[in-house]
Design a protein. Structure first.
Length: 128
């Protein structure tokens, strides 16, 4: 099966040796997104809710570039430098996703790129 590299100018460009997403067949593997503003490549200013929304907006832009949407995400991984923010993730996620929700993991980590407090990656399956 051929690999297709997915790119969106509406999401932050890769800051390392990776692609925003890779599509193989109907499956799209989305790289981790932190709360970078695509136009400035700087972390969004604001509280944790603002940061989480920026991450979901970034993921959404990449899913759309691949021909899908957040609703097509089958597996979502959330990395937090403080698991105390988990309830905020749930609140914000409820405004971006509807049931049935994707499978999900939330992992506490010591640090993230650029000093971010949250990062998410995902696996999406296109069914259309």
């Amino acid at each position: 099966m051929a690999r297709e590299i997915i790119h969106s100018d509406k999401a932050p460009k890769a800051i390392g040796t990776y692609s925003q997403a890779v599509k193989i067949g109907d499956t799209v593997y989305l790289s981790g997104q932190i709360p970078l503003v695509p136009e400035t490549m700087e972390l969004v200013e604001g509280d944790m809710e603002t940061q989480i929304r920026r991450v979901f907006d970034n993921l959404s832009a990449v899913t759309e570039a691949a021909g899908g949407s957040l609703a097509d995400i089958a597996k979502l991984n959330i990395f937090l430098t403080d698991l105390g923010h988990f309830s905020v993730v749930n609140e914000v996620m409820a405004s971006y996703f509807q049931q049935p929700y994707p499978a999900r993991a939330a992992i506490g980590v010591a640090s993230l790129p650029k000093g971010a407090q949250v990062e998410m990656d995902a696996v999406m399956v296109l069914t259309g």
